[in-house]
Design a protein around this ligand. Structure first.
Ligand code: AHM
Ligand code: MG
Length: 332
């Protein structure tokens, strides 16, 4: 069956999504449409990000937007763009966004999917020309269609994800996603307005020599975390920490390494959010042969109790994450 052959580098994202759908003869194309909606919003957000350095300059020569309002912050702009694309696309009944306290009812009662999204992650890096990202996760609703989504639709464990991905707005813009059948990365060609397959079937190295953690909090690391960090230093690993989760994760995924955001004094439950930061990246890393946990239990099996809950996060090359877990288990 020709459609099951691996697609070559250079295949456009739209074609890739279409061909993958053909592998499932009963697929209705709704998830494919949802992924295309996200990709379209990502292109628009990418354009806004690329222009962002010019906003003050434009303001300086008196160029206001049509409403005469001050330009909105980029994370707000990104939130609006993704929500609008998902609402107009019609496939999602509910959206959980880092930017909104309450789950968003899109009004698409026939929509079969729930989307959890961090529209623009890495807020401290937005205004300083450092890589930032979008992270998203897709679940099938459990309640019947024809009515708004419910809390039970939103609070599903990560093992139930049907798709997850991220966009990295970096030295080039990429979209990386999985539907549970491997991980594929697409690089954006801005002059053509297309994502092209550039990283087919990503496999993360089994181990690596990069560790990524905010060591400014080291005074409040637990003994196990502190011992693991010392191990990385004794082994002369490289410390790499951008402070943009997507960028730190993406680098370690390709090169091998471990990213850690443990419990700290400032963030006793960890800082990162289970539903739209940890679970999507955990799904991707596992699909690429990696591992993700809260130090003790697999991230994807954590039972969410609230849409915005946080959890400690250990993710990356499987041997390094397993080693960190052994250090935590020996903690006294
Ligand atoms: P944000 O959602 O407010 O942007 O916070 C999430 C970010 C992650 O991108 C990053 O990994 C982490 O916060 C960095 O936190 P810290 O500055 O505490 O190291
Ligand atoms: Mg975030």
């Amino acid at each position: 069956d020709a459609s099951k052959l691996a697609l070559p580098v250079g295949t456009t994202l739209d074609r890739f999504i279409m061909r993958k759908q053909e592998d499932f003869p009963y697929a209705t194309g709704e998830l494919s449409q949802l992924l295309r909606d996200i990709a379209l919003a990502a292109k628009i957000v990418n354009r806004e990000i690329n222009r962002s350095g010019l906003i003050d300059i434009a303001g300086a020569y008196g160029n206001q937007n049509v409403q005469g309002e001050e330009q909105q912050k980029l994370d707000v702009v990104a939130n609006i763009r993704f929500i609008r694309a998902l609402r107009n696309g019609g496939e999602a009944c509910t959206i959980i966004s880092e930017e909104d306290d309450e789950a968003i009812d899109t009004g698409n009662v026939q929509g079969k999917y729930i989307v959890a999204i961090d529209p623009l992650d890495g807020s401290s890096n937005i205004d300083v020309n450092v890589s930032i990202g979008t992270i998203f996760s897709v679940y099938r609703r459990v309640s019947p269609t024809g009515q708004p989504g419910t809390a039970a639709d939103c609070l599903q464990p990560g093992t139930h994800q049907v798709a997850a991905g991220y966009v990295i707005y970096g030295s080039s813009t990429m979209l990386v996603y999985t539907t549970g059948n491997g991980v594929n990365g697409f690089t954006y060609e801005p002059s053509l307005g297309e994502f092209f397959l550039s990283h087919p079937d990503i496999q993360t190295p089994r181990t690596g020599t990069i560790y990524s953690i905010n060591e400014g909090s080291s005074n409040s690391f637990s003994p196990g975390v502190a011992a693991f960090v010392r191990h990385c230093q004794d082994a002369q690993f490289s410390a790499r920490y951008i402070g943009s989760l997507v960028a730190d994760f993406h680098r370690n995924l390709l090169k091998g390494g471990i990213y850690l955001y443990p419990a700290t004094a400032k963030n006793p439950a960890g800082k990162l959010r289970l539903m739209y930061e940890c679970n999507p990246l955990a799904f991707i890393v596992e699909q690429a042969g990696g591992r993700s946990s809260n130090g003790y239990a697999r991230t994807l099996e954590l039972e969410p109790a609230a849409c915005h809950q946080r959890c400690p996060f250990f993710i990356g090359s499987p041997e390094l994450v397993a080693l960190a877990e052994r250090f935590l288990a020996q903690e006294t």
